[in-house]
Ligand binder design. Structure first.
Ligand code: HEC
Length: 114
């Protein structure tokens, strides 16, 4: 057997490596993820927050009227989800839902981490 098979082996390795790297998506910037907020995107959540929540909680959740400050509060995703879905005091329930809710939760958890 001659050396004719070598380019084939090299070609196969290149093809396999390409698929493996594509699966690992090492070259793609990954969206920040927060524990317990599966599927939530912090950046999109910020947009939702400024639209739906900042009128009470202040820009960036720094606190406003009548909404309390959400920064550095150490809120867990489950607490934020429960608050959005059930409402709290004068805060009406159901301000967001679905993907936008998941995004908003991811954002609130990200700013609430001390
Ligand atoms: C109408 C004003 C208003 C809006 C709009 C509003 N909130 Fe609130 N929110 C409040 C008030 C007031 C409280 C405190 C209620 C209480 O404890 O009596 C609160 C409490 C919370 C809490 C609990 C804070 C803690 O420390 O336990 C979270 C989390 C929260 N809001 C998230 C959100 C999110 C996310 C949005 C947007 C989807 C939002 N809020 C929109 C008024 C508002």
């Amino acid at each position: 057997m001659g050396r004719g098979w070598r380019p084939l082996v090299v070609g196969a390795i290149v093809v396999i490596a390409t698929f493996v790297l594509a699966r690992l998506t090492v070259f793609e910037p990954s969206a920040p993820t927060v524990a317990g907020t599966a599927g939530g995107d912090v950046y999109r959540g910020q947009v939702v927050f400024e639209r739906e929540c900042s009128s009470c909680h202040g820009q960036g959740g720094e606190g406003g009227s009548p909404g309390p400050r959400l920064i550095d509060t150490g809120l867990a995703a489950a607490e934020v989800i429960a608050t959005i879905e059930q409402g709290r005091g004068v805060m009406p329930r159901g301000l967001t839902s679905g993907q936008e809710q998941a995004d908003a939760v991811a954002y609130v958890v990200s700013i609430s981490r001390p």
